[in-house]
Design a protein around this ligand. Structure first.
Ligand SMILES: NC(=O)c1ccc[n+]([C@@H]2O[C@H](COP(=O)([O-])OP(=O)(O)OC[C@H]3O[C@@H](n4cnc5c(N)ncnc54)[C@H](OP(=O)(O)O)[C@@H]3O)[C@@H](O)[C@H]2O)c1
Length: 264
């Protein structure tokens, strides 16, 4: 299937690793010109070089922290300068803020909100005028299942994610008349560095003796009984950003192997 986005310009925040990296790779294979970002300059440059080599496509990289408004401005300006505009924004950069109420701190929650809620919102604010003017745009927000089904261990992520679901739905209604589509993806556990960084904490939460046991127990909560692979997420993200998804907006797609059991 031709996705109809050849020549478009996309920003994938957090494109240096995991789901963002796979999303960038698939965009490049579709002929999309891609700007990736991340805080670690070395990792970002390594990814840029590897993806350029693997796809022979046009990829740009900008070091930046989504907690800093000036970095987001620099990222968007740099992408516009390099590719003449931004047609697609994948708001992906972020962390998980895990832990129960007893260990949550205001500082930790503020950091999560700053990165994902304000980081996503600020990036949207900067790309939307160009999308509106050309009457074509795609925005996908990477959220997470705890925004829909509260989990005590995911308290901080859950609060942030619920706000992001509201943001996604609200903006999809507001931007609809401009043909700017706003959707969300809610991953369950995906096999990335994020999981590896949280494996010990999850093992303690689940009473597991090892990280491998924690993985097995966590995976058992979804119908497919396994973690997702980054590319499985990326296929859906790229589709939502494509011409073929032209009648889909305001959706939050669960990409969790059947983890959430509610009807909608
Ligand atoms: N993996 C899962 O199980 C899972 C589940 C639910 C939701 N998610 C969401 O999916 C998204 C991608 O996560 P992933 O699993 O692919 O994790 P990952 O492999 O750790 O990748 C995260 C990416 O975001 C970047 N990043 C993190 N904080 C940033 C910041 N403040 N500013 C700029 N870049 C930042 C990282 O680069 P630097 O570290 O160099 O900045 C990296 O490129 C995240 O928003 C995460 O919350 C993941």
């Amino acid at each position: 299937m031709d996705l109809g986005i050849r020549g478009r310009s996309a920003i994938v925040t957090g494109g240096s690793s995991g789901i963002g990296r796979e999303t960038a790779r698939q965009f490049l294979e579709e002929g999309v010109r891609v700007t990736i970002s991340g805080r670690n300059a070395e990792t970002l440059e390594r990814t840029r070089m590897e993806l350029a080599k693997a796809t022979s496509a046009d990829i740009h990289a900008v070091v930046g922290d989504m907690m800093k408004e000036e970095d987001i401005v620099r990222l968007v300006e740099s992408a516009k300068q390099r590719f003449g505009g931004v047609d697609i924004l994948v708001n992906n950069a972020g962390q998980m803020y895990s832990g129960r109420f007893a260990v949550m701190t205001d500082a930790g929650l503020k950091e999560q909100l700053e990165t994902k809620l304000f980081g996503f919102l600020r990036a949207i604010r900067l790309v939307y005028p160009g999308m509106k003017a050309q009457r074509w745009g795609r925005i996908v927000n990477m959220i997470g299942g705890a925004g829909k089904e509260p989990d005590p261990y995911m308290f901080g992520s859950g609060i942030t994610n619920s706000g992001l679901l509201n943001l996604t739905k609200s903006l999809s209604a507001e931007f609809g008349e401009d043909n700017v589509l706003v959707n969300a993806v809610c991953p369950g556990w995906v096999d990335t560095n994020l999981w590896r960084r949280n494996a010990q904490g999850l093992a303690a939460e689940l009473g597991a003796q090892s990280e491998e046991e924690a993985r097995r127990r966590a995976a058992r909560k979804n119908s497919l009984n396994r973690f997702g692979r980054p590319e499985e997420l990326a296929y859906a993200i790229v589709f939502l950003c494509s011409e073929r998804a032209s009648y889909i907006t305001g959706v939050s797609l669960n990409l969790d192997g059947g983890r959430l059991k509610s009807l909608w």
